[in-house]
Design a protein around this ligand. Structure first.
Ligand SMILES: Nc1ncnc2c1ncn2[C@@H]1O[C@H](COP(=O)(O)OP(=O)(O)OP(=O)(O)O)[C@@H](O)[C@H]1O
Ligand SMILES: [Mg+2]
Length: 238
């Protein structure tokens, strides 16, 4: 199993009232799955994504990633696993301001041992082309539109060919054409065998996945396979 969460809880203990964001979430995600997470604002979706990507610590419960108990590892080891095996498409994912798009995109690869530089650059140009960024390769992010910056961040998330892609509202800030492009990319990545866990508010985007999980107040209230899966290339609006 790629992801195995057992009775995960998460409490935030800030200055004011403590908040319980997750109240006992158990979830298995196998290699090659494509899962959409839905649920109202505040239901715990982003919290769950942060825990799956070991960006934040659970309060209780157990988390096995790729059959290893994440509770056994220190932050340095978690960072290493994260860099090698997980790609993040999060809205708050910032690009380096004074660095060209191509260098931003290639940034995660500088930690990769035994890198085939030519292959990775080819992959970068290919992905940049598919997300309509070929003409922006040598520009810094502050000369790009918001949508272009987000697409560049997506290319950067995919550059290491991660086993798992975590996407928190990957189409959220995009026009429908770019959103469709992003979903096409995610579906073809999944066809190539990458597991994807994606948060979305949009039903038609969720139906591009193979399985939809719904959270309410920090618990999973439904977990269903998608009967009529959408192919993003046919358009997202039916
Ligand atoms: N850093 C934090 N400190 C305190 N409370 C937090 C923190 N992050 C999230 N929360 C709270 O935890 C709960 C779940 O938040 P979370 O961000 O996971 O929701 P979400 O489902 O992603 O919502 P949205 O759809 O609006 O993005 C909310 O009540 C939120 O206010
Ligand atoms: Mg969120």
């Amino acid at each position: 199993m790629l992801i195995k969460l057992e009775n995960i809880t998460k409490n935030y203990l800030d200055d004011g009232e403590p908040t319980t964001a997750l109240r006992g979430v158990s979830l298995n995600v196998a290699e090659g799955e494509f899962v959409a997470i839905m649920g109202a604002s505040g239901s715990g979706k982003s919290t769950l994504m942060h825990i799956i990507g070991f960006l934040d610590k659970k309060t209780s419960g157990q988390y096995f990633f790729d059959n290893e108990d994440m509770g056994d590892f220190d932050d340095a080891k978690l960072a290493e696993i994260r860099n090698q095996k997980i790609g993040f498409i999060f809205q708050a994912y910032n690009l380096l301001a004074r660095t060209s798009i191509i260098d931003n995109v290639l940034l995660p690869t500088i930690y990769t041992p035994h890198l085939d530089k030519a292959a990775v650059e080819k992959r970068a140009y290919e992905l940049l082309g598919r997300l309509k960024l070929s003409h922006r390769i040598n520009f810094p992010p502050n000369q790009l539109s918001g949508g272009e910056q987000q697409r560049a961040a997506i290319v950067r998330a995919l550059i290491n060919n991660p086993r798992l892609v975590l996407a928190d509202e990957p189409t959220g800030n995009l026009d429908s054409k770019s959103g469709q492009e992003v979903m096409e990319i995610l579906q073809s990545l999944n066809d190539e065998g990458h597991a994807i866990v994606m948060v979305t508010h949009e039903k038609d985007v969720a139906e591009c996945a193979k399985r939809i999980i719904t959270l309410r107040d920090g618990v999973i209230i439904s977990d269903e396979l998608v009967a009529n899966r959408r192919q993003a290339k046919d358009g997202l609006i039916r």
